[in-house]
Design a binder for this molecule. Structure first.
Ligand SMILES: *Cc1c(COP(=O)(O)O)cnc(C)c1O
Length: 364
């Protein structure tokens, strides 16, 4: 059988070893003769699992002790509401950078809780999109934080440098870039990521937050639902209500896998290689085109178009016949998108490039 590669943007491909281990442990986890799904989240086995996840995260991305690690349900979109609810009192405001689809969804939700100061840093020059430098963004001096999405999953546009704004609490949606490259947590007040792209399966959001943003003397809105209240989530060790235990278990396996293969330092090099190979293949052809300034190109979501749009349908069909799945771009931008998170081996990218070259020869 032909080898299959899954370029889905999320839920996304998972490492084979992780799936295999989950399969093996499905009916007997931790020598309990049960699956992880069938035990209480209050049991020692499960509490240990959660503790291990936090410890592995601290090691992998160097999370300092003044930061808390929380898990919440409802995906990243729930945080679009939970963040302003937790961090803004009535009449307070925040800066929101509109970089792409997910930034915009966060803005729409934030508008229910504040009047955000919206920054539009994406510009277009000669048909190429780029993002204005963060230092040149015009912020509201009264804003309590700035929210942005450094990797826009749908457009494949990204801010690849660490944030540089001083004296502002920086909040970043890292749903499609968490664990893909090294970051310095100390640059952020809060980062969050839904787990179904690079950290397991759906059902869960990771939140890494500076503790002084949870526990302080600020006045707090009365209407925050308890399950979204960072103080309550923290006090209850992310188990105020029953967490999605299988999702947590799977994220735990992903973290162990990542540590085993060499951590973020190693995987970020592989990710750099994968994306460089693919962008070079696009740039070196007269058949495919990417419309983003090289420094603002995503390393995890590579978007491109066929110069002859009419050939996209047959491209996708032939790709699938060749074992290359879910390459269709999101409907808001069209074109092609290859999501190449940590679990996509370099081999998959090379096979995609071979396919693209063959397709170009046959259909030019
Ligand atoms: C996928 C994604 C989301 C939405 O995540 P849900 O878990 O569906 O809420 C938000 N932001 C970014 C950057 C994403 O990639």
């Amino acid at each position: 059988m032909k080898k299959i590669f899954n370029f889905s943007p999320g839920p996304a491909t998972l490492p084979y070893e992780v799936l295999k281990q989950a399969q093996d442990e499905l009916i007997n986890w931790n020598n309990l003769n049960f699956s992880v799904m069938e035990i209480s989240h209050r049991s020692n086995d499960f509490i240990n699992l959660l503790q291990n996840i936090k410890q592995d995260l601290r090691e992998l991305i160097n999370i300092p002790s003044q930061y808390d690690i929380l898990f919440c349900q409802g995906g990243a979109r729930t945080q679009f509401a939970a963040i302003p609810m937790n961090l803004l009192f009535y009449n307070e405001t925040a800066d929101y950078a509109n970089i792409g689809h997910w930034s915009l969804q966060a803005i729409k939700e934030a508008k229910k809780y504040c009047v955000p100061n919206i920054i539009n840093p994406v510009k277009k020059k000669n048909g190429i999109f780029y993002i204005k430098k963060m230092e040149d963004w015009i912020l509201n001096k009264n804003s309590k934080y700035i929210h942005y999405c450094p990797n826009e999953t749908i457009e494949g546009i990204a801010i690849n440098q660490e944030p540089t704004l001083e004296n502002k609490i920086i909040i970043a949606d890292l749903s499609s870039s968490i664990l893909a490259k090294e970051i310095d947590i100390k640059n952020y007040g809060l980062i969050y990521a839904s787990t179904q792209k690079n950290l397991g399966t759906s059902g869960l959001t990771l939140i890494i937050i500076r503790k002084d943003l949870i526990f302080n003397n600020r006045k707090k809105r009365q209407e925050i639902p308890s399950v979204l209240d960072y103080q309550i989530i923290s006090k209850y060790n992310s188990m105020f209500n029953t967490p999605p235990t299988f999702s947590l278990y799977l994220s735990g396996l992903i973290l162990k896998w990542l540590k085993k293969i060499g951590g973020i330092k190693y995987i970020s090099q592989i990710n750099k290689q994968k994306s460089t190979l693919l962008y070079s293949a696009i740039d070196n052809s007269n058949f495919y085109i990417n419309k983003i300034e090289p420094c603002n190109r995503s390393i995890t979501n590579i978007t491109f178009y066929l110069k002859d749009k009419k050939k996209e349908k047959i491209f996708l069909q032939k790709a699938q016949e060749n074992g290359l799945f879910y390459l269709k771009g999101h409907k808001v931008v069209g074109g092609i998108r290859a999501s190449i998170y940590n679990a996509m081996p370099i081999e998959g990218v090379k096979i995609l490039i071979d396919f693209m070259n063959d397709f170009e020869k046959n259909y030019v």
